[in-house]
Structures are given as structure tokens and as C-alpha cells.
Ligand binder design. Structure first.
Ligand SMILES: Cc1cc2nc3c(=O)[nH]c(=O)nc-3n(C[C@H](O)[C@H](O)[C@H](O)COP(=O)(O)OP(=O)(O)OC[C@H]3O[C@@H](n4cnc5c(N)ncnc54)[C@H](O)[C@@H]3O)c2cc1C
Length: 393
């Protein structure tokens, strides 16, 4: 069996890895270089953490996600991950951390609540003003995203059943018949086609244009003062919900940068437009950082990066069958990278073993803990929808 994959971000590459492990042939077409610096997957780091608000489906998926990464590290011969632990802070009426702790307790993965004094003692680098409750978990850490994408591309290049085609933009896809045509007019045919085109997906599959919305996001890398570097180099990862929007801080593990981003969706922007961030995009994030870190006035901006989320209304992933031979694979909404290896392995299994695509879509949307689970009774989906909590990263 042969599959064509459009897109060489983490989703497309992981699907290629999964299919190749299942013994199937793959042709992967990527419009840019591999890795493409404009892809959502290509940044120094992405976080993986258990707390997920009320979303038990995604919280349950974290342990299998770690197992999938471990399988990838074995195939790559290197581990591109650093553990940091997860610190979730709330205040200002937000209860995301409390809801996360409740959800995790229910699935046997409890978080530990810290008093504000304990928080100050344990993490003196944080300014705890505005924090009402703090929860800690030993699990969680930093995936070295762009290094993973680069290493996975190299690994796939060495597989005889995988052909990677960088600098090959796809112009159109025919998901009914399993055909794609490139910008230069070359056509490819296969038993199945996976469109994993990130923020560009709506251009190839107009049916999802309104569901999967490109969302330009700005992140800031900071240069820490010398005296603060050692403390932050040990972590933690912080999910902070004490202001008007959720923020996340990525510690500078193994020599990478210290990064801050927010989880407020712009729901706008063109992924092909210039990626220079404007003062208007940077200023609100800087302002939000003030009062969160000790000695922030001594921090300097090192660099700013504009990247794209591809967001759904309720932050679920879309991994759906489309046409007789096609799949749309979009696991983003700002929190998909952590599931990249798992999403790739599972989609490969569904295609290879002809598993139920509806069960697969529900699992990817965080609504089922198992792809083989029987389809739920009517009404379960909308009930879950009303209790959605917004996460970060
Ligand atoms: C700022 C930011 C912070 C994030 N933080 C986290 C986090 O902490 N934890 C987490 O789990 N997730 C996080 N995410 C989300 C995560 O990065 C994404 O879910 C994931 O990278 C999506 O991967 P992808 O393969 O779907 O898309 P992409 O990486 O964008 O890959 C799509 C690829 O398709 C190619 N392509 C598009 N159109 C065509 C075409 N016509 N022909 C050929 N190729 C094409 C593109 O060039 C691109 O390389 C974050 C995202 C951003 C932007």
C-alpha cells in the first residue's frame, strides 16, 4: 500500500514514520525545505504536560503520547526531550489549574497543591503576586521541536520505502481518487492521501477552511540576566492563568532559549505573509510578563517569532476521513505538537488496518480514550462541548 502525505511538519512526518513502521510506502511532498522554518512545528521547543482543564480525553492521551515519543527516540537513537515538571498557576477568577487537578485526580494522576509560601520558596525566580492557587506535577517537559522535525526527516530519508520531496508545493488534491498535482504540474497517485498542511490546509481542502482557521501568534525569546540563568535552566515549565489571557513560559533547557507565549488566538493572518512581528503584537505580551518574574526590568528581548496556530472553535483536533481515499490531519489549536508521534502512529494503524475512521476522528478530538471503543450514544458530544476548558501549549 502507498500513501501520499502533503506537508512535512510533525504531523506529516510522524504519519510517514508510522506508515513506514507498518511496512507501507510513502511519498511526502513539502512546499518548503525540510524542516520548513515557516511551519508551526519549527521552533526551538514545544511543551508536553498532563494538566488539560476539563478535557479528560487529552489528559488521558498524555501517557500514550510519552510512550510514542519513547518509541521515536529509540528509532532516532537520541532523546530530544528534557523533563521540567509542570507548574500551573491561577488567579483573577480563573480556575483552569483547579479543574486540571480535579480531572487528573479522577484518572489517577494527581497534582500537588503548593501554598503560596511554598511556591515562593521553591521557585524564587517567579513573582507570585496575583497567584491564588498553585499546582505542581513532576511530569511534563520540553520537546525540542525543530530538532525533532530535522532528525525525523533524516531518519525517514534513510528508509527505502519513504520518498521525501522538499520544495514541492502541491497545487490540488483529489481525495476521492487518491491523486495530487504539484505546482509544476507533476501528478502522484496512491491508495490514500493525507493532507497535513498546517495553516495552509484550507487552501487545498476548501471544505475545512471555516473549521480550521490560521491564527498568527507571537512568541518572545528573552535574554536572562546572568544571575538568573542557573535557576531557570532547571525549569519549571509554567502555565500561568492569572491575567486576562493564559500564558506559558518555556525554560531554557539544554542551552535553548527562554520563551514566553500566550494562548489568546488572533484567528487572523496569512501564513505566506511576512513574519516580522510588529510593536503592536509584541507590547501586550511584554506588559503581561511584567509582575510575573522577579527582576523582569533587567531582561532583554533576544528575538521575536511569529508562528501560526491552526485553530478550531473548541480547540479539538481534526483528523478526519475526507473522500474515499483521503484524510485531513490537523492536530493543532496551539497544543498539538505533544501528540505528534502518537497521532502519526495511530493514523498509520487506522489506514493500514482499515480501522473505523469515525472512531479515529472521535479519539483525535479527545472524545474517546480508545479508537476501538464503541461509538457513543447520541448527545455525548454536545454535553462534552459545553465543559471545554482553555489550555496553553
Ligand atoms: C507559537 C506556538 C506555540 C505552540 N506551543 C505548543 C506547545 O507548547 N505544545 C504543543 O503540544 N503544541 C504547541 N503548538 C502547536 C504545534 O506546534 C502544532 O500543533 C503542530 O506543530 C502542527 O503540526 P502540523 O504538522 O500540523 O503543521 P506544520 O508544522 O505547519 O506543517 C505543515 C506543513 O505543510 C506544508 N504545506 C502546506 N501546504 C502545502 C502544500 N500545498 N504543498 C506542500 N506542502 C505544504 C507546510 O509548508 C508545513 O511545512 C504551538 C504552536 C505555535 C505556533
Amino acid at each position: 500500500m502507498k500513501t501520499i502525505i502533503v506537508g512535512g511538519g510533525i504531523m506529516g512526518l510522524a504519519a510517514a514514520w508510522g506508515l513506514s513502521r507498518e511496512g507501507h510506502a510513502v511519498e511526502l511532498l513539502e512546499q518548503g525545505a525540510l524542516p520548513n522554518p515557516l511551519a508551526s512545528s519549527v521552533d526551538e521547543h514545544r511543551l508536553i504536560r498532563h494538566p488539560y482543564g476539563d478535557r479528560q480525553g487529552y489528559a488521558r492521551m498524555i501517557d500514550p503520547a510519552f510512550e510514542a515519543w519513547d518509541m521515536l527516540w529509540r528509532d532516532l537513537g537520541q532523546t530530544l526531550y528534557a523533563p521540567t515538571g509542570t507548574l500551573a498557576l491561577t488567579g483573577n477568577g480563573n480556575d483552569w489549574a483547579e479543574r486540571s487537578a480535579r480531572t487528573l485526580a479522577a484518572i489517577g494522576r494527581p497534582m500537588t497543591e503548593l501554598t503560596i509560601d511554598e511556591l515562593r520558596q521553591r521557585f524564587p525566580q517567579l513573582d507570585a503576586r496575583g497567584v491564588e492557587r498553585a499546582f505542581w506535577m513532576d511530569s511534563g517537559g520540553v520537546l525540542f521541536a525543530q530538532d525533532i522535525v530535522a532528525a525525523l526527516s533524516r531518519h525517514l530519508q534513510s528508509r527505502p520505502d519513504v520518498a521525501l520531496h522538499p520544495h514541492t508545493a502541491v497545487r490540488s488534491v483529489d481525495l476521492e481518487h487518491g491523486r495530487v498535482v504539484t505546482a509544476s504540474g507533476a501528478s502522484y497517485e496512491a491508495d490514500s492521501v493525507i493532507v497535513a498542511a498546517g495553516a495552509w490546509v484550507g487552501r487545498l481542502v476548501p471544505e475545512v477552511e471555516r473549521t480550521l482557521v490560521p491564527s498568527r501568534q507571537v512568541v518572545i525569546y528573552f535574554r536572562l540576566p546572568q544571575e538568573q540563568r542557573a535557576a531557570w535552566a532547571k525549569g519549571p515549565m509554567v502555565i500561568q492563568k492569572t491575567g486576562d489571557v493564559g500564558l506559558y513560559f518555556v525554560p531554557p533547557m539544554q542551552g535553548r532559549g527562554f520563551k514566553v507565549g500566550d494562548h489568546s488566538f488572533s484567528r487572523s493572518g496569512d501564513p505566506d505573509a511576512g513574519r516580522e512581528a510588529s510593536e503592536d503584537e509584541i507590547r501586550p505580551l511584554i506588559e503581561r510578563c511584567r509582575g510575573l518574574f522577579r527582576g523582569f526590568d533587567g531582561w532583554r528581548t533576544d528575538r521575536v517569532k511569529a508562528c501560526f496556530y491552526t485553530v478550531t472553535e473548541d480547540e479539538r483536533f481534526v483528523v478526519d476521513k475526507a473522500g474515499a481515499k483521503g484524510w485531513v490531519m490537523s492536530a493543532c489549536s496551539g497544543h498539538g505538537f505533544k501528540f505528534g508521534a502518537l497521532m502519526g502512529l495511530e493514523l498509520a494503524r487506522t489506514i493500514a488496518a482499515n480501522r473505523d475512521p469515525t472512531a479515529h476522528a472521535r479519539w483525535a478530538a479527545g472524545l474517546e480514550s480508545d479508537i476501538h471503543a464503541p461509538l457513543p450514544r447520541q448527545g455525548v458530544e454536545s454535553k462534552t462541548k459545553t465543559s471545554v476548558g482553555r489550555g496553553s501549549g
